[in-house]
Design a protein. Structure first.
Lengths: 129, 551
C-alpha cells in the first residue's frame, strides 16, 4: 500500500477507467474524474497528494485546471499528461508549478515512478514548511 | 521564366535601344547633310549667277566697244573717202592693228549698193545689193544695228554690226562682220569643269554661239527654252532625265541670253563626298550602336536570368519551409489524435497483463498464448508511440537550447554511436576536420540528431563495404562552417532527389525507416539558421553539405 493519494483527470473514459483499475490493482488510493471542474470539486472534499492531469480536455483545459488547483491547494503536485507534443503547454504547465509532464501513451510503471518522485518532493516541501 | 519570354524581352530591349539611338543619329545626320547641301547648292548657284552676269557684261562691253569703233570711224571719215577701197583697206588695217575683232568692212549707200568692201568674201559680196536685207532696213531706221547670227550672201554663219551715217542729205551705212570666235571665246570661258556648258541664244531660242555639247550655231540648243528669260536667274532643272543647273543672264545690247549650264554631279562633288562621308559615319555609328546594344543587352539578360534563378531558388526554399511548417502542424495533429487511442490500447493491454498475472487465470489452457498476445500488443503500442513521438519531434517548434559547441566533437560523438554498426558492415568512416574550426552557439542535441540521421542514412545506403568521409571546413568569407558527409552508396535517383527532405519519403524497406530522418534534419538546420544541401550521383554516391552560421 502506497502512502500517497492520487487523482487522475482525463476526459477519455476508457483510459480513465482502465488506469484507475490498474492503479487500484496495485493497491494505490486513487480516484478518477473526467473534467477539470470535477477535479476541483473532488479537491474540495478530499485530500489528494498527486494529480495526473490531461492537458487537452473539453471545457476547462489542463492548464486552466492546473492554475485553479495551484490556487486552491498549492502543495498538491501535478503531473501533466499530454497526447500532444505541445512542449509549450508542458513547459507552461511546469512554469505554473506542475511537477513534470509525460507524453501519452506512457507505461504505467514510468508514470508511477514520476508520481512517487512528485510525492517525495511534496513531502520534502511539507517538512520544510 | 520561360526561354520564350526571355527572347521576347531581349528583342524588346534591343529594338527599344536601337530605335532610341539609331533614329536620332539618322535624323541628326540627315539634318546636317541637308543643311550642308542647301548652303552648298546655294553657293554654287551664286557662283554660277556671278559667272553668268560677268560673261554677259563682258560681251556687252565687247559689243559696245565695237559699236563705238564703227561709229567713230563712220563719223570721222566721209563717204567719199571710204568709197575708195584702197583707203578703206588702209583704215581697216589700222583698226585691225588695235583689235582683230572685225572680219570685213563694207560701205553701202542708201540704195543698198555695196560701194566698197574689204574682206575675204570680195568676189561674192562686192556686187550684192542689200536693199531687201532685214538688217539693212533696220539700220536705216535705228542707226545702229547688231544682227543675230545669219548666213547672208556668203552662206557662212556670222553676225554684223552696222551703223548709219547722215552726210549732207544722203545716208550711208558702214557694216562690219564680227569675228564670232571672239564672242565664242568669251562664252567659252564659262565652260566649267568637264561637263559645264555655256552658249548664247536669241529671243527665238536659236544658238548664237557653238555650245560645247550638242547643237550648232543657228540651231535650237539642246537645253530648255530660255528665250523668254527676262533677267539673271539660276535654277536646277531636269532636262532629258538629268538634273542640270542653269544660269541665265541678259546681254543688254542685243537682248541675247547667255545660258550657262552645269551638271551638279560634277560641281557638287564635294557635296557628294560629304554625303558619302556622312553615310559612312552614320553606318559606322549604327554598327557601333548595334554591337553596343547587343553586348549590353546580353549582359543585362544574363544578369536578369541569374537573378531570376536566384529568386526561383529562394522561392523554392520559402515553399519548402512553408511546406515543412504545414506538414509539421499536420503531423502534430495526427500524432495527437493517434496518441490518445494508443494510450487507451496501452492501458487496456496493461490491464490484461495485470489480470493475467492473477493466479486463477494462470491456470487457463491458453494462458501463454494470451500473455504473448498482450506482450505483442504492448510492443506494437511502443512501436507506434515511437513513430508518433518522432512525428511530434519533427513538428516541435521549440526554441533551440543554445550553447557553445565544437562541431568536430559533436561529429565524433555521433560517430561513436554508430561505429560498431559500421565496423560490422565493413564501412570505413574517415574524418577530415578543420583543426581551426571556430566554436559556434547552437543546439548540440538537435545538431547531434541531424548528424546521426545523416550518418545512419549513409550506413544504410552503403549497406556493406564502403566508405563515409566527413569533412569540416571554416568558410571565413561569410562566417560559416560547412560539414560535408559523403558516402559511397548507390546514390539517390534524380527523380527522388527533390523529395528527400519531404517527411515520410523513404527509400528503405517498409517498417525500417519512418521517412522522417532527413525532414527532421532539414527543419532542425533551418531553425538553427543554417542550410542543408544534397548532391548525389547514381552509382558514385551521395554528399550532404550542411552550412552553419558561426555565432
Amino acid at each position: 500500500m502506497e502512502k500517497f493519494k492520487m487523482l487522475v483527470v482525463d476526459d477519455e473514459p476508457d483510459f480513465l477507467e482502465t488506469i484507475i483499475k490498474r492503479l487500484k490493482a496495485r493497491k494505490i488510493e486513487v480516484a478518477g474524474v473526467d473534467s477539470g471542474y470535477k477535479a476541483l470539486e473532488f479537491l474540495d472534499k478530499h485530500d489528494v497528494d498527486v494529480i495526473v492531469l490531461d492537458v487537452k480536455m473539453p471545457g476547462m483545459d489542463g492548464i486552466e485546471t492546473l492554475r485553479a488547483i495551484k490556487k486552491k491547494k498549492a502543495r498538491v503536485e501535478v503531473i501533466m499528461l499530454t497526447g500532444h507534443a505541445s512542449v509549450e503547454s508542458g513547459i507552461q504547465g511546469m512554469q505554473l508549478g506542475a511537477f513534470d509532464y509525460v507524453m501519452k501513451p506512457v507505461a504505467l510503471d514510468e508514470l508511477l515512478e514520476k508520481v512517487r518522485q512528485a510525492y517525495d518532493r511534496k513531502m520534502i516541501q511539507a517538512d520544510k514548511a | 521564366m520561360e526561354a520564350r519570354h526571355y527572347k521576347k524581352l531581349w528583342w524588346e530591349i534591343i529594338l527599344a535601344t536601337l530605335s532610341f539611338s539609331v533614329f536620332p543619329l539618322l535624323i541628326l545626320g540627315g539634318v546636317i547633310y541637308h543643311q550642308f547641301s542647301v548652303s552648298y547648292t546655294a553657293k554654287i548657284m551664286d557662283n554660277m549667277k556671278t559667272l553668268a552676269e560677268n560673261r554677259a557684261s563682258s560681251i556687252d562691253l565687247f559689243l559696245e566697244e565695237r559699236i563705238a569703233q564703227l561709229t567713230g570711224l563712220a563719223n570721222t571719215q566721209s563717204l567719199g573717202q571710204l568709197q575708195n577701197e584702197d583707203y578703206l583697206n588702209r583704215v581697216f588695217n589700222i583698226i585691225q592693228t588695235r583689235s582683230k575683232s572685225f572680219l570685213d568692212l563694207g560701205v553701202i549707200d542708201e540704195e543698198g549698193n555695196h560701194l566698197a568692201y574689204v574682206g575675204p568674201h570680195y568676189s561674192i559680196l562686192k556686187k550684192v545689193n542689200y536693199k531687201d536685207e532685214k538688217w539693212f532696213q533696220e539700220v536705216m531706221v535705228t542707226g545702229v544695228y547688231v544682227s543675230d547670227v545669219f548666213l547672208g550672201f556668203r552662206k557662212i554663219p556670222h553676225f554684223i554690226i552696222a551703223v548709219m551715217v547722215r552726210e549732207k542729205n544722203q545716208s550711208w551705212v558702214l557694216r562690219a562682220t564680227i569675228d564670232s570666235d571672239i564672242i565664242d571665246n568669251i562664252v567659252r570661258a564659262a565652260w566649267i569643269g568637264k561637263k559645264g556648258d555655256a552658249m548664247i541664244i536669241n529671243r527665238e531660242n536659236v544658238l548664237q554661239t557653238t555650245p560645247r555639247f550638242g547643237g550648232k550655231v543657228m540651231e535650237p540648243p539642246k537645253a530648255p527654252d530660255f528665250a523668254a528669260a527676262t533677267g539673271t536667274m539660276v535654277e536646277a532643272m531636269d532636262f532629258r532625265g538629268e538634273t542640270i543647273i542653269y544660269a541665265t543672264s541678259i546681254i543688254k545690247l542685243k537682248k541675247w541670253i547667255l545660258v550657262i549650264s552645269e551638271a551638279p554631279t560634277e560641281q557638287l562633288t564635294p557635296l557628294l563626298q560629304a554625303r558619302f562621308l556622312a553615310a559612312l559615319i552614320g553606318l559606322g555609328g549604327v554598327v557601333l550602336i548595334i554591337i553596343g546594344t547587343y553586348v549590353t543587352t546580353r549582359a543585362m539578360m544574363k544578369e536578369l536570368q541569374r537573378m531570376d534563378r536566384k529568386q526561383a531558388a529562394s522561392d523554392e526554399m520559402a515553399i519548402q519551409s512553408s511546406k515543412m511548417a504545414a506538414l509539421g502542424k499536420m503531423a502534430a495533429g495526427i500524432a495527437h489524435e493517434i496518441n490518445n487511442p494508443l494510450a487507451v490500447i496501452g492501458e487496456k493491454a496493461g490491464w490484461m497483463k495485470d489480470l493475467l498475472a492473477m493466479e486463477d487465470v494462470a491456470k487457463s489452457e491458453h494462458f501463454q498464448e494470451l500473455l504473448d498476445a498482450v506482450h505483442k500488443i504492448e510492443f506494437h503500442v511502443v512501436r507506434a508511440k515511437t513513430v508518433t513521438h518522432r512525428l511530434l519531434g519533427f513538428a516541435r517548434r521549440m526554441e533551440p537550447v543554445e550553447e557553445r559547441v565544437n562541431i568536430n566533437e559533436i561529429l565524433d560523438e555521433s560517430i561513436d554511436f554508430l561505429e560498431n554498426d559500421a565496423r560490422y558492415r565493413n564501412i570505413d568512416i574517415q574524418t577530415n576536420y578543420a583543426p581551426d574550426l571556430p566554436l559556434t552557439t547552437t543546439d548540440q542535441a538537435q545538431l547531434q540528431q541531424v548528424f546521426l540521421n545523416i550518418i545512419t542514412n549513409a550506413i544504410d545506403a552503403i549497406d556493406k563495404d564502403g566508405e563515409i568521409v566527413i569533412n569540416t571546413r571554416s568558410i571565413k568569407q561569410n562566417n560559416r562552417i560547412s560539414i560535408e558527409i559523403s558516402d559511397t552508396g548507390p546514390g539517390i535517383p534524380k527523380e527522388a532527389l527533390p523529395k528527400i527532405f519531404d517527411p515520410f519519403f523513404t527509400t528503405k524497406e517498409v517498417g525500417k525507416g519512418t521517412g522522417l530522418g532527413l525532414s527532421i534534419a532539414y527543419s532542425i538546420i533551418e531553425k538553427l539558421g543554417g542550410r542543408i544541401m544534397v548532391a548525389s550521383e547514381e552509382v558514385i554516391g551521395t554528399t550532404f553539405t550542411i552550412y552553419l552560421p558561426v555565432k
